[in-house]
Design a protein around this ligand. Structure first.
Ligand code: MN
Length: 354
């Protein structure tokens, strides 16, 4: 490794606060701590390896209104990390409705939020990096995107490296177990609308880690999604979770820079489906589920699904307390939407994944 590279750690979609009730009514294995643990693992890695900056691509929290305790826990982790002196930039995502809850914790001089379209400059030993970014933009991007990118002021700023940070779906991004691909919908960023002068796009919103390419005459521009740091739904059950270490290398001594991205995987608990066959008799349901759970990882996240329509006597037994009584306390158990028919499914296919 040479010394003239600019090193960036990129993470996104931490969804802090997910399944983390402040005053839980029932004792059961929650997924909330998994999300905090992986966020802490990323910060620990960064504190050890000391990149020039850390960028969070958005969906820091799991939703817009977060209990003050969750806000404080999350920001305190961020604040402690900022004490290392490493600049940390955050793009507000759709889950926080394009705006992070205000707090004195965010006032740390090393924490920078893209609270509006703007460009931050981070000076490194190997050059100045201009980071243009904007909070998540809802709805039709065909008219909005150009002006929003222009509003960051990126074109008037001189720097050695220019990066564009956003929390949006970009054409070509894939999600889900059947590889749903975002293409031409009006809320999808089209590659041609990304100014070719940027060295790379660093993005959140898509929960599967992937690197896309924006074609250019002088070499493709990488568009990097680190994905979520934990699985937010069963649609992500086969995806490795983690973050990217990105090196920007000035190999040729001229204006051309090479962008290298290495994925670091984080530990996650396995997600498994346990299907109930419609022919299981209600009296044997607990034995059936106990047998199924015996073969699973002790930390499994279990989803109960059905292979065919279930009768009312079976459905009425599938209560939360029943499930807690048959599955080990170390597992998290949830009911799949297919148990209840169509009406509870999300309206849009892509809504499930971001
Ligand atoms: Mn997200």
């Amino acid at each position: 490794m040479t010394d003239d590279r600019i090193r960036i750690l990129l993470l996104a979609d931490t969804h802090l606060g997910y399944d983390f009730p402040v005053r839980p009514r029932v004792e059961r294995r929650r997924r909330g701590p998994d999300f905090f643990n992986n966020f802490q693992r990323v910060l620990d890695h960064a504190a050890r390896t000391k990149p020039d900056m850390v960028i969070h691509g958005g969906d820091f929290f799991f939703r817009a209104r977060v209990p003050p305790k969750i806000v404080d826990m999350s920001y305190e982790m961020l604040y402690k990390f900022a004490q290392t002196g490493i600049p940390t930039l955050i793009v507000p995502g759709n889950h926080e409705r394009s705006r992070l809850p205000p707090s004195i914790w965010l006032g740390h001089p090393n924490i920078h939020v893209f609270d509006r379209p703007r460009t931050y400059i981070v000076e490194t030993a190997n050059g100045a990096v201009a980071l243009a970014g904007f909070p998540f933009v809802r709805g039709d991007l065909r008219e909005q995107l150009g002006p929003v990118i222009a509003e960051t002021g990126w074109s008037g700023i001189s720097a050695d490296v220019k990066l564009l940070c956003m929390h949006q779906a970009i054409a070509g991004a894939q999600v889900g177990t059947s590889n749903y691909t975002f293409r031409t919908a009006k809320d999808v960023v089209q590659m041609a609308d990304i100014p070719p002068e940027f060295d790379a796009v660093l993005a959140g919103h898509i929960h599967r880690a992937q690197v896309l390419k924006r074609p250019r005459t002088n070499g493709d521009m990488p568009v990097i999604y680190p994905g979520s740091t934990e699985r937010t739904s069963f649609a992500e059950r086969y995806e490795p979770k983690g973050f990217y270490e990105i090196d920007i290398v000035n190999e040729h001594g001229d204006d051309r820079r090479t962008v290298e991205a290495r994925f670091h995987e984080l530990p996650t608990r396995p997600m498994v489906d346990v299907a109930i066959d419609g022919i299981v008799s209600p009296d044997l349901l607990s034995i059936f589920l106990r047998e199924r759970s015996a073969g699973l990882d002790a930390d499994a996240i279990v989803r109960i699904t059905c292979e065919n329509e279930l009768d009312e006597p079976i459905l009425s037994r599938l209560t939360a307390s029943f499930l807690r009584s048959v599955f080990p306390a170390t597992m998290s158990v949830q009911l799949g939407v297919n148990l209840y028919g169509e009406e509870r499914r999300p309206k849009r296919k892509s809504d499930r994944w971001t």
